[in-house]
Design a protein. Structure first.
Length: 69
């Protein structure tokens, strides 16, 4: 993990709508992982897309576990 590649994003839990900060490591490239909501502990699917052209632009999508594709 490279600290300069960490992005802190303000997100909301797709279950209970609690706002929290999510740290995303762009050095891993595009990937999929799971985080538990800090309030309701529900499993949240986190999809991270890192732009191939600059390797720094990050798009994050959160989903419920029943929305996994």
């Amino acid at each position: 993990m490279h600290e300069e590649m960490l992005n802190s994003l303000a997100v909301h839990c797709p279950y209970c709508s609690t706002a929290f900060d999510l740290l995303v490591d762009a050095s891993q490239g595009s990937h999929q992982t799971w985080e538990d909501c800090p309030r309701c502990c529900a499993p949240i699917q986190v999809r991270v897309e890192v732009a191939a052209d600059d390797g720094e632009s990050v798009e994050v999508t959160l989903g419920r576990d029943d929305e996994v594709v």
